[in-house]
Design a protein around this ligand. Structure first.
Ligand code: SF4
Length: 230
């Protein structure tokens, strides 16, 4: 089957069925990236139900909110997840000395590259399928996300929640008795590193509090891979 046919077949499948399809087709080389926002937690719950051995990959930039780390620990303990924690490519003292801990304010692309993108890049060659929690309704830059994307090197990126809304994720957590992120109650709708995250701007989309006041809208994790040439 071609990528187009996969997408046609999966467009109306449930998220659980898409996760199961991914595992059937690519196991054991399947991972989920999870920054312990609600989308990632929903997918971790689904993936763990069918493949408890699948790695749940958390990129620990060293800049996360303490609330995120506490929520991560709580979810990992409740579900019994196999957490894989990726570290920045540069030890923190060296990073501080070379760039300063306020690099995020002067050059956030470089900061994301060192602390997020490069650690993931180094992990990905072990994988054939990368499940992630992006949704089409999160931002104008995400409205055309397909269910499955094919990248160079034979890696498939799978987006089981592409057609979900933030309410869908909230109701899923509620239905399964899973707690929400503590900052969600304080009005945060998208939660990344503490220095680069604010509650959403008035009238802005769910991700508008990320790098607020800057041109930047993505950390780079979802933009560095080249699509497979036609
Ligand atoms: S989100 Fe901000 S603090 Fe986190 S890695 Fe990127 S620039 Fe640095």
């Amino acid at each position: 089957m071609s990528l187009t046919e996969w997408n046609r077949e999966l467009e109306h499948a449930t998220a659980e069925d898409i996760v199961a399809w991914t595992w059937r087709r690519f196991a054991p080389d399947v991972m989920l990236t999870c920054s312990f926002q609600h989308d990632g937690v929903v997918l971790a719950h689904m993936l763990h139900a069918i493949a408890p051995e699948a790695p749940i990959v958390f990129i620990n930039t060293g800049f996360h909110f303490p609330e995120t780390l506490a929520y991560r620990d709580e979810i990992v303990r409740r579900f019994g997840l196999r957490l894989v924690e990726l570290e920045p490519i540069m030890p923190r003292p060296e990073f501080a000395e070379r760039y300063g801990l306020d690099l995020y304010a002067r050059n956030p692309d470089l900061c994301c590259h060192i602390n997020k993108v490069e650690p993931l890049k180094r992990y990905l060659p072990n994988m054939r399928a990368w499940i992630n929690g992006r949704r089409r309704d999160q931002a104008s830059t995400r409205t055309a996300i397909p269910i499955v994307e094919e990248h160079q090197g034979g890696l498939y990126k799978v987006n089981p929640l592409a057609s979900w809304t933030s309410k869908d994720t909230f109701y899923y957590l509620e239905r399964h008795g899973i707690p929400t992120h503590p900052l969600f109650e304080q009005g945060y709708t998208s939660i990344g590193c503490a220095p680069c995250t604010r509650p959403p701007l008035a009238g802005g989309d769910e991700r508008s509090g990320r790098w607020a006041g800057r041109e930047k809208t993505e950390c780079g994790l979802h933009t560095f891979l080249e699509p497979k040439a036609e």
